[in-house]
Design a protein around this ligand. Structure first.
Ligand code: ATP
Ligand code: MG
Length: 267
């Protein structure tokens, strides 16, 4: 199951010390149903804000967010988010964590245990279903968080630097597995990362953002066959292109208005 996502002319600002500062300015992005899009950009350019808008945790101040043509009006199980910090309940086992997600989404009690276990097995945690989060490695926790999200069969999966706290071998394995899961489920994925090679390995397109305020600088399309691996020469070449855009984005950030100048509006 998948859905298209459209962000249209989003401008989003936050109040800080009595002033409103734009976090996103005129951001428009069209994502096809079933597409895997990765997003990179300097810290503070509004990547998480963008995911929050699609998740429905934040309402757009200007512009619109639609999923399959329907305006997003709040969170829902069809749009799940996986964070860098797994956000599992520490007092529940992996099995109970995944079942909790299903219960919140109103899934029939008779099928919860089976669905939860199938997803736990699918992410390679069958033997760890009875363990609590503190008994898991970082990679296992992210797998559990992924199972909890995917168990709800989301049309859109939002991922905010989900693998950035992991060691390289765990991350590489999860890259391959996430590509498999994406192919099997067909879900639309928007994946935010600071790791340019990761963005190229995973994405059909890499969206590059700039800061001050957050805008879309450009994008690099990736048509390499999957599964891709970070060491591949063609991944490295495309990552270089993305880095070029990020360097431009950095220059824009330096040139961006400082407090008291344009871009800052006193409220
Ligand atoms: N709830 C909030 N209240 C006030 N300011 C916020 C809030 N959320 C985000 N911001 C501001 O909006 C801007 C964008 O933040 P956001 O977290 O979306 O950036 P990011 O690209 O995800 O950064 P990072 O790469 O560090 O995760 C930042 O200047 C941040 O301080
Ligand atoms: Mg962020």
């Amino acid at each position: 199951m998948s859905a298209s996502v459209r962000l249209e002319a989003i401008t989003q600002s936050f109040a800080r010390r009595g002033r409103r500062r734009a976090a996103l300015s005129g951001v428009s992005l069209d994502i096809e149903a079933g597409e895997f899009v990765t997003v990179v950009g300097p810290s503070g350019c509004g990547k998480s804000t963008l995911l929050d808008l699609v998740a429905g945790h934040t309402r757009p101040q200007r512009g619109s967010v639609t999923v399959d043509g329907v305006a997003v009006s709040g969170p829902g199980p069809e749009r799940m988010i996986v964070f860098q910090e797994h956000a599992l309940f520490p007092w529940l086992s992996v099995q109970a964590n995944v079942e909790f997600g299903l219960r919140s989404a109103g899934v029939d009690p008779a099928s919860r245990a089976g669905t939860a276990h199938a997803w736990i097995a699918r992410v390679g945690l069958a033997d760890a279903a009875h363990l609590h989060p503190h008994e898991l490695s970082g990679g296992m926790r992210q797998r559990a968080a992924l199972a909890r999200a995917l168990a709800l069969a989301p049309q859109v999966l939002l991922m905010d630097e989900p693998f950035s706290a992991l060691d390289a071998p765990s991350r590489d394995r999860l890259h391959v597995e996430l590509q498999d899961l994406w192919r099997e489920t067909g879900t639309t994925i928007i994946f935010v990362t600071h790791n340019v090679r990761e963005a190229v390995v995973l994405g059909d397109r890499v969206i590059v953002m700039s800061s001050g305020p957050g805008r879309i600088m450009g994008e690099v399309s990736v048509t390499l066959p999957r599964p891709r691996v970070v060491e591949s020469g063609r991944v490295v070449d495309l990552a270089q292109q993305v880095r070029g855009l990020l360097d431009e984005a950095d220059q824009m950030g330096i040139a961006a208005p400082r407090e008291g100048q344009d871009g800052y509006v006193t409220i």
